[in-house]
Ligand binder design. Sequence first.
Ligand SMILES: *[C@@H]1O[C@H](CO)[C@@H](O)[C@H](O)[C@H]1NC(C)=O
Ligand SMILES: *[C@@H]1O[C@H](CO)[C@@H](O)[C@H](O)[C@H]1NC(C)=O
Ligand SMILES: *[C@@H]1O[C@H](CO)[C@@H](O)[C@H](O)[C@H]1NC(C)=O
Ligand SMILES: *[C@@H]1O[C@H](CO)[C@@H](O)[C@H](O)[C@H]1NC(C)=O
Ligand SMILES: *[C@@H]1O[C@H](CO)[C@@H](O)[C@H](O)[C@H]1NC(C)=O
Length: 462
Amino acid sequence: MDRLFILFLNLLMVVHAAANKIEYGKFSILEEFESLHVEEENEVEDPDIPSWAGQRDGKVLVNVDSFGAAGDGISDDTQAFLKAWAMACATPKAVFLVPPGRRYLVNATRFNGPCSDKLVIQIDGTIVAPNEPSNWDPKSARIWLDFYKLNGVLFQGNGIIDGSGSKWWAASCKKNKTNPCRGAPTALTIDSSSSIKVKGLTIQNSQQMHFVISRSDSVRVSGVLVSAPGDSPNTDGIHITESTNVVLQDCKIGTGDDCVSIVNASSNIKMKRIFCGPGHGISIGSLGKDNSTGIVTKVVLDTAFLRETTNGLRIKTWQGGSGYVRAVRFDNVRMEDVANPIIIDQFYCDSPTTCQIQTSAVKISQIMYRNITGTTKSEQAMKFACSDTAPCSDIVLSNINLESEDVTVETYCHSAEGFGYGVVHPSADCLSSQDKDLISIGWAQEAATVRPIDEHIVHTEL
Ligand SMILES: *[C@@H]1O[C@H](CO)[C@@H](O)[C@H](O)[C@H]1NC(C)=O
Ligand SMILES: *[C@@H]1O[C@H](CO)[C@@H](O)[C@H](O)[C@H]1NC(C)=O
Ligand SMILES: *[C@@H]1O[C@H](CO)[C@@H](O)[C@H](O)[C@H]1NC(C)=O
Ligand SMILES: *[C@@H]1O[C@H](CO)[C@@H](O)[C@H](O)[C@H]1NC(C)=O
Ligand SMILES: *[C@@H]1O[C@H](CO)[C@@H](O)[C@H](O)[C@H]1NC(C)=O
């Protein structure tokens, strides 16, 4: 199906190209988008994935209960977890086991690697955080369960990681302006790690962000459920920072902030089958805060369902930043009652004080939206609010159908250039292709390098 569609798309573009030489410029942009795919995880299970119940395949079970964990939800099991961790981490083929049916109260803890080969972290029970912010260790102000410098580790199980966040939410300045604006812990952090898989866990009611992947490479997250009330402040679902080659698939996320947020120094981020809502949508950014540099490239979302979120597909940057967001493709997204289904906001300002007008900006280019349908709650179903000094360029829209039951929908553009093909509703004629002349000048050189059609057909595995 999809191969045929791509073939069709390529042929279509050739026909257009013949009719209008300007299309060659567009053609090469589309070709770049096609090179971004989401590979499916190999369906054949890794034979090394253990059945924790036994010591099969030479796996060594390290059960937190054997190290004195009470699992009653009241006693502090932090020391037992640390002792079990020291053993599991030092033992090849270990399974660090949090057994089912019990609740383990664990304080802010850093689980340090590197560890011996083939470590499995099997969480079947519930791990719960102390619920009182005033007792939280100030040395670990921003972490709860923090895994550091792991390589080749599998996290799995049907267990729950519960941040007990309600008192933290009440203490947030977003909830009550008399509160000081202080950061709260992230429930689960995977930091400075590589070749990590996370399967099937539930992360809920985090103090702030639920799951942060930072400074890591090659992380695959599948079947993870993230949940917190829609009014819990800053409780992002999965936050990716300074990380490369990350795949999120089959995740269901409903929180009080972004379902997924992708920030600085992240590249090659792939998302497949993401359910989002409530929340603030799927975001790239924010980037460029306090005049910083933000760079995000190669992001693909394929197949998502967003329901009653305040944004759908969002790119948000602060004025005054630098860097760029480039090569992003959003495909096959269904929205239901989403307030801002498609939005680029280069005037983002999540601050108690108003933000200064500044000229520099994070440059946004090569952003494609394809097969995006559903209902919008706001009149501006598509909004491209780009910087005057660094206009958005090469925004491509195809097969968009966003409707509202109550109002006539429209597209807002400010300083945004691009084009649409196929059905685009609401119409995006406001995307100026003002540099048409530049494209046609560029075309003269580019046309010389255009390869035969067969080589243009890039098959995806989707
Ligand atoms: C957690 O750490 C804090 C600060 O170090 C301490 O006061 C508290 O007793 C510890 N345990 C629990 C269960 O909160
Ligand atoms: C905000 O916090 C102040 C000080 O703690 C408190 O007096 C006030 O009742 C709170 N307001 C709301 C709306 O919770
Ligand atoms: C963004 O990432 C780059 C490259 O890693 C780094 O130099 C820069 O300091 C980062 N910016 C922020 C705001 O962290
Ligand atoms: C960012 O740059 C602007 C313009 O140079 C300056 O006025 C402002 O103070 C800077 N902001 C920060 C947080 O450094
Ligand atoms: C468009 O996206 C929807 C929602 O993900 C999907 O069900 C449908 O198959 C897609 N259509 C095409 C032509 O890919």
